[in-house]
Design a protein around this ligand. Structure first.
Ligand code: TRP
Length: 329
């Protein structure tokens, strides 16, 4: 069985694109593989976030993922800093990471440009810590977006270098995983492009019904079809793409037909879309609020997750220490 690991940044809230994209796949995958999901709070420290907000952000993100369907009875869900073994593995791996290759990493160069007054060693070693996250459980597959593929490449370089140097076949060559054709891409409602935090066009799982209605009613459309069966413009196609993810096939077919007959009213289309989005989001939002307020439950989930992750981490570190020559007296 494959081991799959995914790291979640404790910043930003989940939006519809995350939900119908990677998250739905995570939820499906957790039953078919040995899955680890963790919140990368050590990584968040590379940018010096406000200590009073870090914990609240972790709680919010954790509650969202649990509400959306990550199941702590099936997958191992933990907070990175609850498993400090990762810091030891990161230190050990850093002995095999060269300054030049870390300095050449695109994410490091970008951060160094963005925060020139805080080019700290944590930033430089970000990919080593990420490699440690992955190799701590000897993960085979790591679901990541394009922006993280270089970090996966570095993880493989470190794994290969370690295996070669010590003459072992210990670390796997962890592969990035993007779900291929299973990945549903949700566009934004602003005419073109995908839904994304940096695009500022997100429908968040935490949005109120009213906020969703407002955002959807403002969606960009066009002047409407003038001839039967004319092709869809991009903004209207985007609306239909979201509708396909959230609405009944019969509803989508109805509006497609209205469009083909030049009888469509975009106001009606948007109203229907908003209600169908709310049908998906409202129950998740309510679960999320209940989970975020349930100290005992969160305490239990995080405690169980940490215990399981530490067991796996201890196994790896026992072997890594022995391979590197660190031995008990
Ligand atoms: N760097 C990842 C991001 O920014 C988060 C992350 C940290 C991660 N450690 C990981 C992702 C290990 C996958 C595996 O999204």
């Amino acid at each position: 069985m494959d081991t799959v690991l995914s790291g979640i940044r404790p910043t930003g809230r989940l939006h519809l694109g995350n939900y119908f994209g990677a998250l739905k796949n995570f939820i499906r995958m957790q039953h078919d593989a040995r899955c680890f999901f963790f919140i990368a709070d050590y990584h968040a420290l590379t940018t010096h976030p406000d200590p009073t907000h870090l914990h609240d952000n972790i709680r919010a993100v954790l509650s969202e993922y649990l509400a959306a369907g990550l199941d702590p009875n099936v997958a191992t869900i933990y907070i990175q800093s609850d498993v400090p073994q990762v810091a030891e593995l990161s230190l050990l791996l850093s002995m095999h990471a060269y300054l030049g290759e870390l300095e050449r990493t695109a994410s490091f160069k970008e951060k160094a440009r963005k925060q020139p007054d805080n080019v700290n060693a944590g930033l430089l070693c970000y990919p080593v810590l990420m490699a440690a996250d992955i190799l701590l459980h000897r993960a085979d597959k790591v679901p990541v977006g394009k922006d993280q593929e270089q970090h996966l490449e570095i993880t493989r370089v470190l794994a290969r270098r370690f295996n070669t140097l010590y003459g072992v076949d210990f670390f796997p060559e962890s592969q990035p995983y993007n779900f291929g054709s299973e990945l549903v891409k949700i566009p934004g409602l602003d005419g073109s492009g995908k839904m994304g935090k940096s695009e500022g066009n997100c429908l968040y799982l935490a949005d109120t019904d009213e906020a969703i209605r407002k955002k959807v009613m403002k969606a960009v459309t066009d002047a409407g079809p003038t001839e039967p069966d004319s092709p869809l413009s991009e903004p209207v196609r985007n609306i239909f793409t979201i509708m396909e993810a959230v609405s009944d096939p019969a509803t989508v077919a109805y509006f497609r037909e209205q469009y083909a007959r030049c009888a469509i009213r975009y106001g009606d289309l948007k109203k229907q879309l908003a209600e169908d989005i709310i049908r998906h989001i409202a129950p998740i939002r309510e679960r999320m609020q209940a989970i975020a307020a349930d100290e005992n439950y969160l305490h239990q989930v995080v405690g169980d997750g940490a215990a399981a992750a530490r067991r796996s981490a201890d196994e790896t570190l026992r072997e890594v220490r022995a391979i590197m020559g660190i031995k008990p007296f």
